[in-house]
Design a protein around this ligand. Sequence first.
Ligand SMILES: [Zn+2]
Length: 151
Amino acid sequence: MVKHWSILQINKFLNELGYRHSIKREHILKVLFKEPLDALGIKSLILEKYNINISLTTIYKQLATLEKIDVVYSEKDEFSEKKIYKLKRTSKQNTLVCLTCKRIIEVNTACVDDLVKNMSNKRNFLVLEYSLNLYGYCKECNNGSKITSGK
Ligand SMILES: [Zn+2]
C-alpha cells in the first residue's frame, strides 16, 4: 500500500538531517495530514484548531524546508491559482512475510486503504499511521499446496 509518513518518522528524518524540532512545523504537518491546503489555509486552521498564531513568513519558511527534504510538495490549484501544499506519500508497502524463508512479499492493499479511510471517517479518528503485515508460509514453503484460510 501507499502510506503517509507519520509525524514521528518525519521528525526523526528532520533530526537526522540536522533540523531542530519545531512545534510550529509539527502543527503545519498535523493540518496537512488532514487535507491539502494553501499557506493561508494552514495559518487559519492552526489558529482555529490550536489557537496558535503563526506568521505566514514562518509558514512559508517551514514549508520550504519540508519541500526541500521531500516530505511536502506543492501544486497550483487550477481555479484559485493558489499554491496548494500536500503531504508526500512514501512508497512503503504492506507485506506478506513468510515465516520459513523470511521472504517479504509486497502487496497492493487499496482495499485496506479504503477500509482505514472508512473507519477513520466513521469514528472521526485521525489515522496517522498503520501497517498491515500478514505472517505465514509462502507457496514454496507450503509445498505449493492450495491455501484455504478459515473455513
Ligand atoms: Zn517461504
